[in-house]
Write a protein that binds this ligand. Structure first.
Ligand code: IMP
Length: 397
Protein backbone atom coordinates (compact mmCIF):
# COMPACT_ATOMS: atom_id res chain seq x y z
CA UNK A 1 0.00 0.00 0.00
CA UNK A 2 2.50 2.69 -1.00
CA UNK A 3 0.22 5.74 -1.41
CA UNK A 4 -2.41 6.97 1.06
CA UNK A 5 -4.30 10.23 0.69
CA UNK A 6 -5.78 12.05 3.70
CA UNK A 7 -8.59 14.48 2.89
CA UNK A 8 -10.89 16.61 5.04
CA UNK A 9 -14.53 15.95 4.12
CA UNK A 10 -16.11 18.97 5.82
CA UNK A 11 -15.13 22.64 5.90
CA UNK A 12 -11.54 22.26 7.05
CA UNK A 13 -10.37 21.98 10.68
CA UNK A 14 -11.44 18.33 10.82
CA UNK A 15 -8.23 17.26 12.55
CA UNK A 16 -6.37 16.01 9.49
CA UNK A 17 -3.06 17.04 11.08
CA UNK A 18 -3.27 14.52 13.91
CA UNK A 19 -4.43 11.74 11.56
CA UNK A 20 -1.46 12.48 9.28
CA UNK A 21 0.80 12.55 12.35
CA UNK A 22 -0.41 9.12 13.42
CA UNK A 23 0.38 7.69 9.98
CA UNK A 24 3.75 9.46 10.10
CA UNK A 25 4.55 7.63 13.34
CA UNK A 26 3.40 4.22 12.13
CA UNK A 27 3.66 4.06 8.37
CA UNK A 28 4.88 6.93 6.16
CA UNK A 29 8.33 7.43 4.62
CA UNK A 30 7.36 10.51 2.61
CA UNK A 31 4.75 13.21 3.38
CA UNK A 32 3.50 15.61 0.71
CA UNK A 33 1.46 18.82 1.19
CA UNK A 34 -0.24 19.28 -2.15
CA UNK A 35 -2.61 22.28 -2.10
CA UNK A 36 -3.35 25.53 -0.31
CA UNK A 37 -0.80 27.51 1.63
CA UNK A 38 -0.44 29.20 5.00
CA UNK A 39 -4.24 29.37 5.31
CA UNK A 40 -4.04 25.88 6.82
CA UNK A 41 -3.21 25.18 10.45
CA UNK A 42 -2.50 21.53 11.19
CA UNK A 43 -2.43 20.93 14.94
CA UNK A 44 -0.65 17.98 16.52
CA UNK A 45 -0.29 17.07 20.22
CA UNK A 46 2.49 14.67 21.18
CA UNK A 47 2.06 12.01 23.87
CA UNK A 48 2.92 14.52 26.60
CA UNK A 49 0.25 16.91 25.32
CA UNK A 50 2.70 19.47 23.83
CA UNK A 51 1.06 21.33 20.96
CA UNK A 52 2.60 21.90 17.50
CA UNK A 53 1.04 23.69 14.55
CA UNK A 54 2.21 23.59 10.93
CA UNK A 55 0.89 25.97 8.26
CA UNK A 56 2.67 25.41 4.95
CA UNK A 57 5.04 22.65 6.08
CA UNK A 58 3.91 19.00 5.95
CA UNK A 59 3.19 17.51 9.37
CA UNK A 60 6.05 15.03 8.80
CA UNK A 61 8.57 17.79 9.70
CA UNK A 62 7.59 17.26 13.34
CA UNK A 63 9.16 13.80 13.28
CA UNK A 64 12.71 12.74 12.54
CA UNK A 65 13.81 10.84 9.42
CA UNK A 66 10.82 11.58 7.21
CA UNK A 67 11.05 12.98 3.69
CA UNK A 68 8.76 16.03 3.39
CA UNK A 69 7.73 17.66 0.13
CA UNK A 70 5.63 20.72 -0.69
CA UNK A 71 4.40 19.95 -4.19
CA UNK A 72 3.56 22.36 -6.98
CA UNK A 73 -0.15 22.81 -6.20
CA UNK A 74 0.73 24.79 -3.06
CA UNK A 75 1.21 28.55 -2.95
CA UNK A 76 4.17 29.58 -0.79
CA UNK A 77 4.59 32.73 1.26
CA UNK A 78 8.39 32.78 1.38
CA UNK A 79 8.54 34.91 4.50
CA UNK A 80 6.23 32.58 6.43
CA UNK A 81 8.02 29.54 4.97
CA UNK A 82 11.39 30.79 6.30
CA UNK A 83 9.84 31.63 9.67
CA UNK A 84 8.19 28.22 10.01
CA UNK A 85 11.36 26.37 9.00
CA UNK A 86 13.19 28.35 11.68
CA UNK A 87 10.51 27.89 14.38
CA UNK A 88 10.24 24.14 13.87
CA UNK A 89 14.02 23.79 13.44
CA UNK A 90 13.62 21.73 10.29
CA UNK A 91 16.80 20.21 8.94
CA UNK A 92 17.45 20.84 5.24
CA UNK A 93 17.81 17.23 4.35
CA UNK A 94 14.21 16.29 5.08
CA UNK A 95 12.22 19.10 3.45
CA UNK A 96 11.91 20.19 -0.19
CA UNK A 97 9.65 22.61 -1.98
CA UNK A 98 8.80 22.27 -5.67
CA UNK A 99 10.36 24.90 -7.92
CA UNK A 100 6.96 25.19 -9.60
CA UNK A 101 5.07 26.43 -6.52
CA UNK A 102 3.75 29.94 -7.14
CA UNK A 103 4.83 32.35 -4.44
CA UNK A 104 2.47 34.54 -2.44
CA UNK A 105 3.69 38.08 -2.96
CA UNK A 106 3.11 40.94 -0.49
CA UNK A 107 0.73 42.39 -3.11
CA UNK A 108 -1.42 39.24 -2.94
CA UNK A 109 -1.82 39.65 0.81
CA UNK A 110 -2.82 43.29 0.46
CA UNK A 111 -5.42 42.48 -2.22
CA UNK A 112 -6.79 39.63 -0.08
CA UNK A 113 -7.10 41.92 2.94
CA UNK A 114 -8.70 44.78 1.00
CA UNK A 115 -11.00 42.85 -1.30
CA UNK A 116 -11.82 39.38 0.03
CA UNK A 117 -11.33 39.23 3.79
CA UNK A 118 -14.64 40.96 4.58
CA UNK A 119 -16.52 39.72 1.54
CA UNK A 120 -15.72 36.00 1.91
CA UNK A 121 -14.15 35.71 5.34
CA UNK A 122 -10.80 34.66 3.90
CA UNK A 123 -7.74 34.15 6.08
CA UNK A 124 -6.10 37.19 4.36
CA UNK A 125 -3.03 35.07 3.69
CA UNK A 126 -3.05 36.03 0.00
CA UNK A 127 -4.23 32.63 -1.19
CA UNK A 128 -6.90 33.67 -3.73
CA UNK A 129 -4.87 36.47 -5.39
CA UNK A 130 -1.81 34.17 -5.63
CA UNK A 131 -3.84 31.46 -7.38
CA UNK A 132 -5.43 34.16 -9.62
CA UNK A 133 -1.97 35.13 -10.85
CA UNK A 134 -1.09 31.47 -11.31
CA UNK A 135 -4.06 30.79 -13.59
CA UNK A 136 -3.43 34.05 -15.43
CA UNK A 137 0.17 32.79 -15.85
CA UNK A 138 1.59 35.82 -14.09
CA UNK A 139 3.04 33.99 -11.09
CA UNK A 140 6.56 34.21 -9.84
CA UNK A 141 7.50 30.61 -9.03
CA UNK A 142 9.91 29.34 -6.39
CA UNK A 143 12.40 28.48 -9.16
CA UNK A 144 12.22 32.07 -10.48
CA UNK A 145 13.17 33.42 -7.06
CA UNK A 146 15.99 30.91 -6.71
CA UNK A 147 17.40 31.14 -10.24
CA UNK A 148 16.78 34.83 -10.98
CA UNK A 149 16.29 36.65 -7.69
CA UNK A 150 16.97 40.18 -9.01
CA UNK A 151 14.69 39.87 -12.04
CA UNK A 152 11.93 38.33 -9.89
CA UNK A 153 12.20 41.15 -7.37
CA UNK A 154 11.75 43.73 -10.15
CA UNK A 155 8.48 42.00 -11.17
CA UNK A 156 7.31 41.79 -7.56
CA UNK A 157 8.09 45.48 -7.01
CA UNK A 158 6.34 46.49 -10.20
CA UNK A 159 3.12 44.66 -9.14
CA UNK A 160 3.31 46.28 -5.71
CA UNK A 161 3.80 49.81 -7.08
CA UNK A 162 0.99 49.39 -9.66
CA UNK A 163 -1.40 48.45 -6.88
CA UNK A 164 -0.33 51.34 -4.64
CA UNK A 165 -0.65 53.77 -7.56
CA UNK A 166 -4.16 52.54 -8.29
CA UNK A 167 -5.15 52.87 -4.63
CA UNK A 168 -3.84 56.45 -4.63
CA UNK A 169 -5.74 57.22 -7.84
CA UNK A 170 -8.88 55.78 -6.24
CA UNK A 171 -8.53 58.36 -3.50
CA UNK A 172 -6.67 56.56 -0.70
CA UNK A 173 -4.49 58.90 1.33
CA UNK A 174 -0.73 58.46 1.50
CA UNK A 175 -1.17 57.98 5.24
CA UNK A 176 -3.36 54.93 4.75
CA UNK A 177 -0.95 53.49 2.15
CA UNK A 178 2.11 53.99 4.37
CA UNK A 179 1.80 50.83 6.54
CA UNK A 180 1.83 48.69 3.39
CA UNK A 181 4.90 50.56 2.06
CA UNK A 182 6.61 49.92 5.41
CA UNK A 183 5.75 46.21 5.33
CA UNK A 184 6.89 45.92 1.72
CA UNK A 185 10.20 47.69 2.38
CA UNK A 186 10.80 45.41 5.31
CA UNK A 187 10.05 42.40 3.06
CA UNK A 188 12.49 43.65 0.39
CA UNK A 189 15.23 44.01 3.01
CA UNK A 190 14.80 40.30 3.87
CA UNK A 191 14.39 39.17 0.26
CA UNK A 192 18.00 38.19 -0.48
CA UNK A 193 18.27 36.03 2.61
CA UNK A 194 14.83 34.49 1.97
CA UNK A 195 15.71 33.63 -1.63
CA UNK A 196 18.90 31.90 -0.43
CA UNK A 197 17.00 29.88 2.17
CA UNK A 198 14.45 28.92 -0.48
CA UNK A 199 17.29 27.80 -2.77
CA UNK A 200 18.51 25.50 -0.02
CA UNK A 201 15.11 23.76 0.18
CA UNK A 202 14.28 23.68 -3.53
CA UNK A 203 13.31 20.22 -4.80
CA UNK A 204 16.10 18.94 -7.03
CA UNK A 205 14.04 16.42 -9.02
CA UNK A 206 10.45 17.35 -9.89
CA UNK A 207 9.63 13.71 -10.72
CA UNK A 208 10.93 12.37 -7.44
CA UNK A 209 7.60 10.99 -6.20
CA UNK A 210 7.50 8.54 -9.09
CA UNK A 211 11.02 7.46 -8.11
CA UNK A 212 9.96 7.00 -4.49
CA UNK A 213 6.90 5.07 -5.66
CA UNK A 214 9.07 2.72 -7.72
CA UNK A 215 11.31 2.16 -4.70
CA UNK A 216 8.23 1.13 -2.68
CA UNK A 217 8.37 4.03 -0.22
CA UNK A 218 5.17 4.67 1.73
CA UNK A 219 3.88 8.02 0.45
CA UNK A 220 1.33 10.00 2.43
CA UNK A 221 -0.50 12.87 0.72
CA UNK A 222 -1.64 15.46 3.26
CA UNK A 223 -4.74 17.43 2.27
CA UNK A 224 -5.45 20.86 3.71
CA UNK A 225 -8.85 22.58 4.15
CA UNK A 226 -11.77 20.27 3.20
CA UNK A 227 -14.21 19.21 0.47
CA UNK A 228 -16.72 21.92 1.39
CA UNK A 229 -14.06 24.52 0.55
CA UNK A 230 -13.10 22.96 -2.79
CA UNK A 231 -13.01 25.64 -5.51
CA UNK A 232 -14.72 23.08 -7.78
CA UNK A 233 -17.78 22.74 -5.53
CA UNK A 234 -21.32 24.11 -5.40
CA UNK A 235 -20.29 26.26 -2.45
CA UNK A 236 -18.48 28.63 -4.85
CA UNK A 237 -17.67 31.50 -4.13
CA UNK A 238 -17.62 30.62 -0.39
CA UNK A 239 -14.60 28.39 -0.93
CA UNK A 240 -10.83 28.50 -0.92
CA UNK A 241 -8.90 28.77 -4.20
CA UNK A 242 -7.46 25.27 -4.43
CA UNK A 243 -8.82 21.73 -4.77
CA UNK A 244 -8.65 19.69 -1.54
CA UNK A 245 -9.63 16.54 -3.44
CA UNK A 246 -8.24 13.51 -5.26
CA UNK A 247 -8.11 15.67 -8.39
CA UNK A 248 -6.07 18.33 -6.59
CA UNK A 249 -3.67 15.71 -5.27
CA UNK A 250 -3.08 14.19 -8.71
CA UNK A 251 -2.48 17.53 -10.44
CA UNK A 252 -0.04 18.62 -7.80
CA UNK A 253 1.99 15.44 -7.24
CA UNK A 254 2.27 13.91 -10.71
CA UNK A 255 0.99 10.59 -9.34
CA UNK A 256 -1.79 8.86 -11.25
CA UNK A 257 -5.19 7.83 -9.84
CA UNK A 258 -4.09 4.21 -10.18
CA UNK A 259 -1.22 4.82 -7.79
CA UNK A 260 -3.43 5.94 -4.90
CA UNK A 261 -4.28 2.87 -2.85
CA UNK A 262 -6.32 4.32 -0.05
CA UNK A 263 -8.28 7.53 0.41
CA UNK A 264 -8.87 8.32 4.07
CA UNK A 265 -11.58 10.91 4.71
CA UNK A 266 -11.39 12.77 8.02
CA UNK A 267 -14.55 14.09 9.68
CA UNK A 268 -15.31 15.56 13.07
CA UNK A 269 -18.19 14.01 15.03
CA UNK A 270 -19.88 17.40 14.60
CA UNK A 271 -19.14 20.20 12.16
CA UNK A 272 -17.44 23.57 12.28
CA UNK A 273 -17.08 26.35 9.79
CA UNK A 274 -15.44 29.75 9.50
CA UNK A 275 -16.09 32.31 6.80
CA UNK A 276 -19.18 32.94 4.70
CA UNK A 277 -21.69 30.55 3.11
CA UNK A 278 -24.59 28.25 3.97
CA UNK A 279 -24.45 26.08 7.10
CA UNK A 280 -27.67 24.01 7.20
CA UNK A 281 -26.76 21.98 10.30
CA UNK A 282 -25.74 24.98 12.46
CA UNK A 283 -26.74 24.70 16.15
CA UNK A 284 -28.55 27.52 17.93
CA UNK A 285 -29.74 25.85 21.17
CA UNK A 286 -26.75 26.67 23.35
CA UNK A 287 -25.04 23.30 22.82
CA UNK A 288 -22.85 24.93 20.16
CA UNK A 289 -21.07 26.77 23.00
CA UNK A 290 -20.20 23.46 24.66
CA UNK A 291 -18.75 22.09 21.41
CA UNK A 292 -16.80 25.32 20.87
CA UNK A 293 -15.41 25.37 24.43
CA UNK A 294 -14.59 21.69 24.87
CA UNK A 295 -13.46 21.28 21.26
CA UNK A 296 -11.41 24.53 21.44
CA UNK A 297 -12.96 25.67 18.21
CA UNK A 298 -10.77 28.62 17.34
CA UNK A 299 -8.85 28.91 14.07
CA UNK A 300 -5.25 27.61 14.31
CA UNK A 301 -4.23 30.22 11.71
CA UNK A 302 -6.45 33.24 12.39
CA UNK A 303 -7.71 32.61 15.96
CA UNK A 304 -11.28 33.24 14.73
CA UNK A 305 -14.11 31.43 16.56
CA UNK A 306 -15.59 28.62 14.48
CA UNK A 307 -19.37 28.24 14.10
CA UNK A 308 -20.54 24.81 15.30
CA UNK A 309 -23.21 22.48 13.93
CA UNK A 310 -24.26 18.81 13.84
CA UNK A 311 -22.42 16.27 11.71
CA UNK A 312 -23.87 16.77 8.22
CA UNK A 313 -23.95 13.35 6.54
CA UNK A 314 -25.35 14.80 3.30
CA UNK A 315 -22.08 16.66 2.72
CA UNK A 316 -19.95 13.77 3.92
CA UNK A 317 -21.70 11.33 1.55
CA UNK A 318 -21.18 13.73 -1.34
CA UNK A 319 -17.47 14.08 -0.54
CA UNK A 320 -17.11 10.29 -0.14
CA UNK A 321 -18.60 9.72 -3.60
CA UNK A 322 -16.59 12.42 -5.33
CA UNK A 323 -13.27 11.29 -3.89
CA UNK A 324 -13.75 7.53 -3.82
CA UNK A 325 -13.12 7.50 -0.07
CA UNK A 326 -12.25 4.02 1.25
CA UNK A 327 -11.93 4.69 4.92
CA UNK A 328 -13.31 7.29 7.33
CA UNK A 329 -11.63 8.57 10.46
CA UNK A 330 -13.93 10.30 12.96
CA UNK A 331 -12.14 12.87 15.09
CA UNK A 332 -13.06 14.76 18.30
CA UNK A 333 -15.47 12.02 19.31
CA UNK A 334 -14.74 12.69 23.02
CA UNK A 335 -16.15 16.22 22.62
CA UNK A 336 -19.60 14.75 21.83
CA UNK A 337 -19.71 13.01 25.24
CA UNK A 338 -20.31 16.47 26.75
CA UNK A 339 -23.49 16.97 24.74
CA UNK A 340 -26.79 16.16 26.51
CA UNK A 341 -29.01 15.98 23.44
CA UNK A 342 -26.87 15.04 20.43
CA UNK A 343 -28.12 15.10 16.86
CA UNK A 344 -26.84 14.36 13.39
CA UNK A 345 -28.08 15.83 10.14
CA UNK A 346 -29.12 14.00 6.97
CA UNK A 347 -31.58 14.49 4.07
CA UNK A 348 -31.76 18.19 4.99
CA UNK A 349 -32.96 17.74 8.62
CA UNK A 350 -31.66 16.80 12.05
CA UNK A 351 -32.21 13.46 13.82
CA UNK A 352 -31.62 12.79 17.48
CA UNK A 353 -28.93 10.39 18.71
CA UNK A 354 -28.68 8.46 21.98
CA UNK A 355 -26.47 10.32 24.48
CA UNK A 356 -22.80 9.31 24.05
CA UNK A 357 -21.23 8.49 27.42
CA UNK A 358 -17.87 7.18 26.28
CA UNK A 359 -15.84 6.71 23.13
CA UNK A 360 -16.14 2.96 22.88
CA UNK A 361 -17.91 0.65 20.48
CA UNK A 362 -19.68 -0.79 23.59
CA UNK A 363 -21.30 2.57 24.34
CA UNK A 364 -24.80 2.54 22.77
CA UNK A 365 -24.69 6.24 21.80
CA UNK A 366 -21.26 5.98 20.20
CA UNK A 367 -22.13 2.73 18.41
CA UNK A 368 -25.26 4.43 17.04
CA UNK A 369 -23.20 7.38 15.76
CA UNK A 370 -20.83 5.02 13.91
CA UNK A 371 -23.79 3.03 12.53
CA UNK A 372 -25.49 6.18 11.18
CA UNK A 373 -22.23 7.23 9.51
CA UNK A 374 -21.94 3.80 7.91
CA UNK A 375 -25.59 3.74 6.74
CA UNK A 376 -25.53 7.19 5.19
CA UNK A 377 -22.06 7.13 3.61
CA UNK A 378 -21.78 3.46 2.66
CA UNK A 379 -18.32 3.27 4.28
CA UNK A 380 -17.77 0.28 6.54
CA UNK A 381 -14.17 0.97 7.51
CA UNK A 382 -14.51 3.63 10.19
CA UNK A 383 -11.64 4.51 12.54
CA UNK A 384 -11.89 7.05 15.34
CA UNK A 385 -9.89 9.04 17.84
CA UNK A 386 -10.46 8.66 21.58
CA UNK A 387 -8.66 11.84 22.72
CA UNK A 388 -6.48 14.63 21.36
CA UNK A 389 -3.00 13.20 21.98
CA UNK A 390 -0.68 11.25 19.69
CA UNK A 391 -1.61 7.55 19.84
CA UNK A 392 -5.22 8.15 20.94
CA UNK A 393 -6.67 6.70 17.76
CA UNK A 394 -8.37 3.37 17.07
CA UNK A 395 -7.64 2.15 13.54
CA UNK A 396 -10.13 -0.25 11.99
CA UNK A 397 -8.77 -2.53 9.29
P1 IMP B 1 -8.81 31.56 1.90
O1 IMP B 1 -8.42 30.14 1.74
O2 IMP B 1 -7.96 32.29 2.89
O3 IMP B 1 -8.94 32.28 0.59
O4 IMP B 1 -10.29 31.58 2.54
C1 IMP B 1 -11.43 31.14 1.82
C2 IMP B 1 -12.38 30.41 2.76
O5 IMP B 1 -11.79 29.21 3.20
C3 IMP B 1 -12.74 31.19 4.04
O6 IMP B 1 -14.07 30.87 4.40
C4 IMP B 1 -11.78 30.62 5.06
O7 IMP B 1 -12.27 30.75 6.38
C5 IMP B 1 -11.74 29.17 4.63
N1 IMP B 1 -10.51 28.46 5.00
C6 IMP B 1 -9.31 28.54 4.40
N2 IMP B 1 -8.43 27.74 4.98
C7 IMP B 1 -9.08 27.11 5.97
C8 IMP B 1 -8.70 26.12 6.92
O8 IMP B 1 -7.57 25.63 6.97
N3 IMP B 1 -9.68 25.73 7.78
C9 IMP B 1 -10.94 26.22 7.75
N4 IMP B 1 -11.34 27.12 6.86
C10 IMP B 1 -10.42 27.58 5.99
Amino acid sequence: MPVKLVLGLQHGDEGKGRVVDDLVQSWADVVVRFQGGGNAGHTVYDRQGNKFVTHILPVGVLSANLINIISRGCVVDIEEFCQEVDDIEVSGSNLSVSGFCPIIEPTHKIIDRLKYQKKLGTTAKGIGPAYSDFYARDSILVKDIVDNPEQSLIKIQSKFFSLQEKRAQDGESLESLKPDFDLFNDWVLKYKEMSEILGFYRLSNENILQDYYKKGYNILLEGAQGSGLNIFSDNYPDVTSSAPSVGGALNSTGLSHKQIDEVIGVIKSYKTKVGSGAFPSIINDGQEKILADIGQEFGATTGRPRKCGWLDLDEVKHAVQQNGVDHLCVVKTDVMTHIKNPFFFVHGRKYSLTKINSVSSFDPGFAELLKQIEIHTGIKQISYTTGPKRGEIVWTN
